[in-house]
Design a protein around this ligand. Structure first.
Ligand code: G3P
Length: 217
């Protein structure tokens, strides 16, 4: 499963990239607003920090204007992935862009039927929002299972990019189901490394090592 970081914070992206485990970045208009940076400028900078896809979202609601915005965004760098909402106009834009070889991430997916439509429109990635689905009384992970089943039934190549991840259990379940990508806030990625018994084990080993009076270097 690929690991994307869901942020427009440059320091966080650099820290994640330094682990060697980062496969891409996703942003959205809320994350750009939170960064306080110019959209084009920060997106260009992010694209230089990873070789993987960097999702940049259009804000128009109609197909012709989405196409114009996508034209501007895709000139930023070769690894820009155009993010469009799961609407009729968004999927028309998805079809047009992917037919032309541009990567597209279809976002704000909340049903398996929506994911089916996105795959038929040739989406590179589909982004089901598991956290927001849970928040509204549904089961986000059941949605991922349904999409995996449908995509496998028809050998769709659209990658399932699990979004709106809130905790490590979402990541574990995504991997067990066979999702292709998990995009996570930096704090969730960091939480995956930690275990209380790892810390306790290191503490015990170092205490015993000190008793030997030896050093490796
Ligand atoms: O980038 C899309 C998604 O990951 C947003 O998550 O936490 O705002 O529901 P959240």
């Amino acid at each position: 499963m690929k690991f994307f970081v869901d942020t427009a914070d440059i320091d966080d992206i650099k820290e994640m990239a330094a682990t060697g485990l980062l496969d891409g970045v996703t942003t959205n208009p809320s994350l750009i607003a939170k960064s306080g940076r110019d959209f084009m400028e920060v997106t260009r900078e992010i694209c230089g920090l990873t070789d993987g896809p960097v999702s940049a979202e259009v804000v128009a609601l109609d197909h012709p204007t989405m196409m114009k915005e996508a034209e501007v965004l895709r000139k930023i760098a070769d690894n820009v992935c155009i993010k469009v909402p799961l609407t009729i106009d968004g999927l028309k834009t998805c079809k047009a862009l992917t037919s032309d070889g541009t990567m597209v991430n279809v976002t704000l997916c909340f049903s398996a039927n929506q994911a089916l439509l996105a795959a038929k429109a040739g989406a590179t990635f589909i982004s089901p929002f598991v956290g927001r689905h849970d928040d509204n009384g549904f089961d986000g992970m059941e949605l991922i299972e349904d999409i995996r089943l449908i995509y496998d039934n028809y050998a769709f190549e659209t990658q399932i990019l699990v979004a709106s991840i809130r905790h490590a259990t979402h990541v574990l379940q995504s991997a067990k189901i066979g999702a292709d990508v998990a995009t996570m806030p930096p704090a969730v990625i960091k939480s995956l490394f930690r275990h209380v018994l790892t810390d306790k084990g290191i503490e015990g080993f170092l205490a015993d090592w000190a008793k030997t009076g030896q050093s490796i270097l």
